[in-house]
Design a protein around this ligand. Structure first.
Ligand SMILES: NC(=O)C1=CN([C@@H]2O[C@H](COP(=O)(O)OP(=O)(O)OC[C@H]3O[C@@H](n4cnc5c(N)ncnc54)[C@H](OP(=O)(O)O)[C@@H]3O)[C@@H](O)[C@H]2O)[C@@H](O)CC1
Ligand SMILES: [K+]
Length: 501
């Protein structure tokens, strides 16, 4: 499991080593890791260090110092290195080491970078972004911001970008992005993953993240957030025991779809069933049930109320807009006390928790717009755009106010629990942002809840569902995909993941 920490927590963990006078050693280790990252990027492009053109963007703090020491390492091995010093202050020892190794320095003027630097950067093999690290606050300021905006324009098919600790302008703790950021191909981060590297929108500028061990692991407290990796998926995907029968394997109840929107019911049921629970019960209109039976004859369909049937977990909400009977069933599922995934139209039925009615059995699965409406019901007015700019904070706030697990969909899916636990998953690609994809996720999650034995960790199960859902888009990445194709991929993807046990 990946674990990430705030900038303050990483600094606190480093402090004993700094107090013991080991700061220079830490910086050397960090810089060496950064240089190795640059070498790996050069190799992936068929180049060696000797004769490579490397450009450094150097800020006033230790982040710039790391970049300069890495530049010195590369210059000493034959790279042509040019640093753009962006502040009157530069880490003195690192600057001296860089100069001694043959690195060249140019200085940022009030009106921007020298033209020769921009030309060189455009033709370089790698740009090292060492402007701001954990000490940064707010976005890059002018004139650096202008330089970065220009570099970002040609970063796609120009030089590779390697970020030092984190892409400058990404908040290390919140993942918020203020102003222009140079999107990195590789981020070499030091000591521990920073929360901002595993949260949207910052994560989308980080590229691949490589961690350099600084030996501070023992000093780090509890993580701010966790991320399930392949081995965790293998361990946590439920496997039926030898003695299992259809009821012990779990029954997932699905309240989704309506005459007007039958597709949501079909997609949710198909996904839930493909996960292999003991049974899927569908509650909804006869017309939708008839369509479900064409593709999923194993599903037991009825027009019952949730109180009249036995399940281990519910999904309520996809495609039930405007269907009063379905909305009534959804309300009954929410009130049942069973683990319940609340999606789409059913989110409007959720009220802030009271002593009489807790929400601790609920997993809410909004997108940013739906979360904005949920928060408004708690008296917090934040727009969809504000949530997209700061999804980690919004998901946390909603989980605390509503007393329920919140799975906020987005480029990075964020799962926040009322007890403060947070998972983020970014297994999916933009390929999953298609109509009906959320219905599939909701169906998977309901099945996983139903199949879980013993006390269920709702947040971890939600993260597991998001990760499995994301993995469905990772096979045959060249093929176009739509939500209708996803359920059929579940068994093979599940089996492949389980083999990593
Ligand atoms: N700690 C350790 O043991 C180790 C730390 N390591 C490295 O140190 C990094 C943290 O270094 P750091 O604390 O010096 O801060 P850093 O991110 O370089 O920049 C802060 C400077 O930038 C400025 N500034 C702030 N905001 C700004 C803005 N928006 N736009 C422009 N400028 C802005 C601010 O100056 P100010 O403007 O406030 O005067 C301040 O001087 C960390 O990320 C890692 O790379 C590694 O070597 C391993 C060991
Ligand atoms: K940086």
């Amino acid at each position: 499991m990946l674990q990430a920490y705030s900038a303050a927590a990483v600094r606190a963990a480093e402090q004993p080593l700094l107090s013991a006078g080991r700061g220079p050693e830490l910086m050397r280790t960090a810089a060496h890791g950064l240089a190795m990252g640059v070498v790996s990027v050069l190799r992936s492009r068929g180049k060696g260090i000797y004769g490579a053109n490397v450009v450094l963007l150097v800020g006033s703090g230790n982040n710039g110092g790391d970049a300069l020491y890495a530049g010195a390492h590369l210059a000493a091995r034959g790279a042509r290195t040019t640093a753009l010093l962006t502040s009157a202050r530069t880490h003195p020892e690192a600057l001296a080491a860089f100069g001694k190794s043959g690195g060249r320095c140019l200085v940022l003027g009030a009106d921007g970078a020298p033209v020769s630097f921009m030309d060189e950067a455009r033709q370089s093999d790698v740009v090292i972004d060492g402007l701001l690290g954990t000490g940064g606050s707010g976005g890059l300021r002018e004139p650096v911001a202008g330089v970065v905006a220009l570099l970002a324009e040609f970063a796609g098919d120009g030089p590779a970008v390697v970020a030092c600790d984190l892409p400058s302008g990404v908040d290390a703790t919140t993942g918020e992005v203020h102003g222009p950021v140079l999107p990195a191909d590789l981020t070499v981060t030091f000591g521990a993953h920073k929360t901002g590297l595993l949260s949207a929108p910052g994560e989308q500028s980080a590229g691949t993240v490589a961690l350099v061990d600084l030996g501070i692991g023992q000093q780090l407290g509890p993580p701010e957030l966790s991320r399930l990796e392949a081995g965790d998926l293998a361990a946590f995907l439920p496997q039926p025991s030898a003695a299992a029968h259809k009821y012990t394997r779990g029954v997932a109840g699905v309240i989704a779809g309506s005459v007007q929107y039958p597709g949501a019911g079909l997609l949710a049921v198909a996904a839930a069933s493909a996960c292999g629970p003991g049974m899927v019960r569908y509650l909804g209109p006869e017309q939708v049930a008839a369509a479900i039976h064409v593709r999923n004859p194993e599903v037991v369909c009825s027009q019952n109320s949730p109180d009249e049937v036995r399940v281990q977990a519910w999904l309520a909400g996809p495609g039930i807009d405007g269907d009063q009977a379905q909305l009534d069933r959804a309300a009954a599922a929410i009130a049942s006390g069973l683990p319940t995934v609340v999606d789409a139209a059913a989110l409007a039925l959720v009220q802030p928790a009271t002593q009489a009615a807790t929400n601790e059995h609920l997993i809410l699965t909004p997108h940013a717009g739906e979360l904005s409406a949920l928060l408004a019901r708690c008296g917090v007015l934040v727009s969809r755009a504000q949530i997209e700019a700061s999804p980690l904070a919004a998901a946390r706030q909603a989980a605390a106010l509503l007393g329920a697990v919140v799975l906020l969909k987005g480029p990075t899916t964020i799962v926040a629990a009322p007890n403060g636990a947070v998972f983020t998953q970014a297994n999916g690609t933009a390929r999953l942002a298609t109509a009906g994809s959320g219905d599939t996720l909701a169906g998977i999650l309901a099945a996983l809840l139903a199949m879980s034995a013993g006390p269920i960790d709702l947040a971890r199960t939600a993260a597991l569902a998001a990760a499995l859902h994301g993995q469905l888009a990772q096979t045959d990445v060249e093929q176009p995909i739509n939500a209708g194709l996803l359920a059929a991929r579940i068994p093979a993807v599940w089996a492949a993941l389980s083999q990593k046990r």
